[in-house]
Design a protein around this ligand. Structure first.
Ligand SMILES: CC(C)(COP(=O)(O)OP(=O)(O)OC[C@H]1O[C@@H](n2cnc3c(N)ncnc32)[C@H](O)[C@@H]1OP(=O)(O)O)[C@@H](O)C(=O)NCCC(=O)NCCS
Length: 152
């Protein structure tokens, strides 16, 4: 995908791209695997080509974060988490809706992700379905379930 994909995307109210100045803020999902990664890691990923890291803010606090990679025919959601330190309802759902919003803006028809066991049922509620065998990720030390959703 050529050019900075960010410049082609409009962000709904409450969302903004992660900035380097954010990395000192308090953020924790409560999930041990997700919390191995801190905002500094998210910022590093955001510098990679076609990688987007977006925050959802409530009262200037980070309520949630999503990291996704934009490919030609699908978007991969690598990380999504709500901030257990803020405790607002509906944040995870808002973040997943943003991925769909981006897919529509970029005319991309599919979102994929590899789900931790704890959240497979949560993704199912949002219309994601398993498309390949569950596998063991040796780096993370856990099982993951490949899931996807078609976006119209
Ligand atoms: C998974 C996560 C992003 C959901 O975000 P959230 O802001 O808590 O969820 P929302 O408020 O948008 O979701 C609302 C609904 O999902 C349900 N839900 C939340 N977590 C769930 C889970 N792990 N499994 C099944 N349902 C779940 C809630 O009960 C709620 O249902 P209700 O509306 O009937 O009351 C959040 O719990 C989180 O950050 N978890 C730790 C990190 C993680 O596992 N990320 C995914 C990595 S693959």
């Amino acid at each position: 995908m050529s050019g900075d994909v960010r410049s082609r995307l409009a962000l709904p109210e409450g969302f903004r791209f992660l900035r380097e100045g954010d990395i000192g803020q308090a953020f924790r999902t409560g999930n041990e695997i997700m919390d191995r990664y801190v905002l500094r890691d998210y910022h590093r990923w955001s510098l990679l080509p076609n990688d987007l890291v977006v925050l959802y803010e409530i009262d200037v606090r980070i309520a949630g974060i999503i990291e996704m990679r934009i490919n030609l025919d699908h978007i991969v959601v690598d990380m999504v988490g709500s901030n257990a330190l803020v405790q607002a309802a509906g944040v995870g759902t808002k973040l997943m809706s943003l991925a769909e919003n981006f897919a529509k803006q970029l005319a991309i028809g599919e979102i994929r992700l590899d789900s931790l066991d704890d959240v497979v049922s949560w993704y199912r509620l949002s219309g994601y379905a398993q498309y390949a065998d569950r596998y063991y990720d040796a780096e993370l030390g856990c099982w993951l379930t490949p899931m996807k959703k078609l976006i119209r």
